[in-house]
Design a protein around this ligand. Structure first.
Ligand SMILES: *Cc1c(COP(=O)(O)O)cnc(C)c1O
Length: 398
């Protein structure tokens, strides 16, 4: 018998759970895009987006997923032949590097592996050696969604400054925004790239690039920028259609309005605190289960773990079996392992991820953990019992 009927929980690291408020806001007829409510409502999104990214600078919105936002950031700041340093801590950093390379940019990867965060000392060393400032930008993944690694962007900025290097700091905050603490201006991030479908709780389809005046000056010096990706008019439109270089993503904008209202009603600090407690509950459960058997969290030190996504492993093929069991029997969909092994390799079935980003609360996390514990029992996967109780203790303290 399956016990999956009822409200499902999509616990993958994006798209994340869409709140009913967002769905309701999107359920409407097409609005007039030439005048009226939509125009003012769109303008109201910009300050509220800035508040989430903690920046007083510019924001451009694209009808795009995260890959589109990646390309937008590159298209505005780099030309073929320019070099960038890409700091990778998992699959997503490599993806951004591949995109840069396909645009003719020389992408020099410093790979920190799949278990450790970016080491700022290495960044500083490489930049110090770049005496003729060939490297135009440092591309860093704040949270890598494949490994669950959180890196310290403020420390990367400090490394760039200590080397006396003028490179822009461009951060992929697609997974982290609205989940892990992010302080764009305070940390000295020049370009922040994000998208709608993770911490912003809105369906996939909106990409965002926040950029400061340093980055705007780099853009101004580019010989040629693809008109669609150009962020200039999008950030400072003279007429409404310039926000989106064409027809506005009308329904997504209403959804985003509702999502930003939820975030600001709760308060961004409280949103981060909620993600922190829920993450610690998940980690506490995993620690208990892992005391017997081989379940383990990918990142050993909690300081380097994201509060948006956790990456875990079990001896293959048990991770895939567990994922299938909880989906079929408990209505919880966990994330596949990504980038930890080739998908043709049997080892691929030894990894899974838990998305705990966005519209997620204590009962959802406890239910999801309970479903996993039931799956561990049902499948006879060696583990120590009591993970859910450990999580409940974390949640009881807050
Ligand atoms: C989700 C994600 C992306 C890719 O976003 P898409 O919307 O799938 O294009 C890139 N980087 C990170 C860190 C992500 O979490």
């Amino acid at each position: 018998m399956s016990l999956a009927s009822g409200h499902p929980y999509l616990a993958i690291p994006g798209p994340s759970v869409v709140p009913d408020e967002v769905l309701r806001a999107m359920h409407r007829g097409a609005p007039n895009i030439y005048e009226g409510e939509l125009i003012e409502m769109t303008a109201s999104l910009l300050p509220d987006l800035r508040r989430v990214a903690r920046t007083s600078h510019h924001v451009a919105i694209y009808i795009a997923n995260g890959h589109g936002a990646w390309e937008a950031a590159l298209a505005n700041t780099l030309a073929p032949g320019d070099a960038v340093m890409v700091l990778t801590t998992g699959r997503f950093g490599h993806g951004w590097a591949e995109m840069a390379a396909s645009l003719g940019v020389v992408a020099e990867i410093i790979d920190f592996g799949k278990k450790s965060p970016i080491d700022p000392a290495r960044v500083e060393d490489v930049l110090r050696a770049d005496t003729d400032h060939r490297i135009k930008a440092v591309l860093a993944t704040h949270v890598d969604t494949s490994t669950g690694i959180l890196s310290d962007m403020k420390a990367v900025r400090a490394a760039i400054d200590a080397a006396g290097h003028p490179a822009l700091l461009m951060a992929d905050c697609i997974a982290s925004l609205g989940c892990d603490r992010l302080e764009m201006d305070d940390w000295g991030i020049d370009v922040t790239v994000t998208a709608s479908q993770k911490g912003l709780m809105t369906p996939p389809g909106l990409g965002f690039v926040f950029f400061n005046d340093r980055a705007a000056a780099v853009r101004a010096n580019q010989e040629r920028v693809s008109p669609y990706w150009d962020w200039t008019r999008r950030a400072t439109p003279e007429i409404f259609y310039q926000y989106f270089c064409g027809t506005a993503p009308t329904h997504h904008l209403y959804g985003l309005r509702a999502a930003l209202d939820l975030i600001h009603a709760e308060g961004i600090e409280s949103v981060w605190a909620r993600h922190d407690t829920l993450s610690r509950a998940i980690w506490a459960a995993a620690d208990v289960w892992g005391r017997a058997g081989a379940l383990s969290l990918n990142v050993a030190d909690p300081v380097h773990r994201s509060r948006a996504v956790s990456s875990l492993s079990l001896p293959a093929p048990r991770a895939t079996e567990l994922r299938r069991w909880v989906e079929a029997n408990a209505g919880v969909t966990l994330g596949i392992g990504l980038g930890m092994a080739e998908c043709t390799d049997p080892a691929w079935h030894g990894y899974f991820r838990i998305g705990h980003m966005g519209h997620v609360n204590a009962h959802m996390v406890l239910g999801m953990l309970g479903a996993i514990e039931a799956g561990l029992v049902a499948l006879d996967i060696p583990h120590e019992a009591g993970g859910v109780s450990a999580a409940a203790r974390v949640i009881s303290v807050g």
